[in-house]
Design a protein around this ligand. Structure first.
Ligand code: ADP
Ligand code: MG
Length: 240
């Protein structure tokens, strides 16, 4: 579904991603862990072209994506992203947030967009909030709207960048539950998270990144309890 080969990215002199190789198959859930600054967000942003790689390949659904040859709005529609800080439009209601991109990027009719948005809001348990503004929602509700908004583009893959890190602890569970449901429905997902319980339960495999490199890959249960690399062990000792 998504394949990355020898991906490199620098910001000026700072070499942030170093020869990243990764293949995520259809319906797999991958958790990406690593210290702050290790390059996790940059990797996700390179996968949906919010950032441009310097070299290497990104292959989505068998198709090699290059910014010169592809309509990046279409690529971003195929690769949905959910951010730590929700990034909802504050001046739009919940349902307006969800229908915006399908109407303006995918050019579907407003009527159809509304029908689909209502179904998605029902799925994330927010049918009663359709006409409310984001400022009236809890963090967990905002994040579930953000998930519905990403799903409205019918992405092939969903990227989650620390989706629960900005939430009060009591709101984390509802967002993880929504993500788990999505995983069970077969969505291909890459999730940056330090929620080890979620990773153990939902992820097919986990990736540990350190200073821009993938240091270790394994089944979460195996990687978390029995890391082979000293750097992985040190990191896990610091977060567990
Ligand atoms: P992580 O998500 O693992 O915390 P990031 O991918 O956000 O790591 O950042 C990796 C490194 O790249 C950090 O040193 C960060 O400061 C730097 N970085 C990220 N984005 C930019 C940018 N737009 N310009 C310059 N440096 C950046
Ligand atoms: Mg980050």
């Amino acid at each position: 579904m998504i394949k990355v080969e020898k991906l490199n990215k620098s910001f000026g002199n700072l070499h942030v991603l170093k020869d990243i190789d990764m293949t995520v198959k259809d319906s797999e859930v991958v958790c990406l862990i690593g210290a702050s600054g290790s390059g996790k967000s940059t990797l996700l942003r390179c996968l949906n072209y919010l950032e441009f790689k310097d070299s290497g390949l990104v292959i989505i659904g068998g198709e090699q994506i290059e910014k010169e040859t592809h309509d990046l709005n279409k690529v971003r529609a195929r690769v949905g992203m959910v951010f730590q800080h929700f990034n909802l439009f504050p001046h739009k209601t919940v349902i307006e947030n969800v229908i915006e991109a399908p109407i303006y990027v995918k050019k579907i009719s407003k009527e159809k967009a509304i029908i689909e948005a209502k179904a998605l809001l029902k799925k994330v348990g927010l049918s009663d909030k359709e006409n409310v503004y984001p400022s009236k929602l809890s963090g967990g509700q905002k994040q579930r709207v953000a998930i519905a908004r990403a799903l409205a583009m019918k992405p092939e893959i969903m990227l989650f960048d620390e989706p629960t890190s900005a939430l009060d602890p009591e709101l984390v569970g509802e967002v993880l539950a929504t993500m788990k449901e999505l995983a069970e429905e077969g969505m291909t997902m890459i999730v940056v998270t330090h929620e080890m319980g979620f990773a153990r339960e939902v992820a097919d495999w986990a990736v540990y990144m350190h200073e821009g490199r993938i240091v270790e890959v394994g089944h979460p249960k195996e990687l978390f309890s029995n890391p082979k690399e000293k750097r992985t062990k040190n990191f896990l000792d610091s977060v567990l």
